[in-house]
Design a protein around this ligand. Structure first.
Ligand SMILES: [Zn+2]
Length: 131
């Protein structure tokens, strides 16, 4: 495989990346391909690591906004013994809402975050929502 910019030889390396959201930062070691030509220095994170970057960004965004992270949302839903589809029915947002929250594609809103926290603490409230 050759560098798309200079034609130099590229090699696989793991480098530490600072992933940021606003003022928050998380460092992750990510695989990438880098040009060995010192005058070029072209490089990029491997496609396989893009999901990890997106996941970390979603966590930072949740932290910034003071809402639950995707992992935390999933744990809470599993704890309540709900499928993603069922959770979307009960809490609103549609059948795909929780799939989006849990993959970090959509950040949970503050009201949804608060509702989930309440129901996690008082699961009997679900009966009210299911009526
Ligand atoms: Zn190059």
């Amino acid at each position: 495989m050759a560098c798309p910019l200079c034609g130099g030889e590229v090699e696989r390396q793991t480098r530490t990346y600072a992933i940021t959201y606003k003022h928050l930062q998380a460092n992750r070691d990510l695989p990438g391909v880098y040009c060995g030509n010192p005058d070029c220095g072209e490089g990029m994170v491997e496609e396989s690591a893009w999901d990890e970057v997106a996941r970390v960004k979603a966590e930072l965004k949740a932290e910034f906004l003071g809402v639950m992270t995707p992992d935390h949302i999933r744990q809470m839903r599993v704890h309540l013994n709900l499928s993603q589809r069922k959770a979307g029915q009960i809490f609103g947002g549609g059948p795909n809402a929780f799939q989006k929250y849990e993959t970090g594609k959509v950040t949970i809103s503050q009201p949804m975050n608060n509702l989930l926290r309440l129901v996690a603490k008082y699961p009997e409230l679900m009966m009210e929502l299911q009526r």
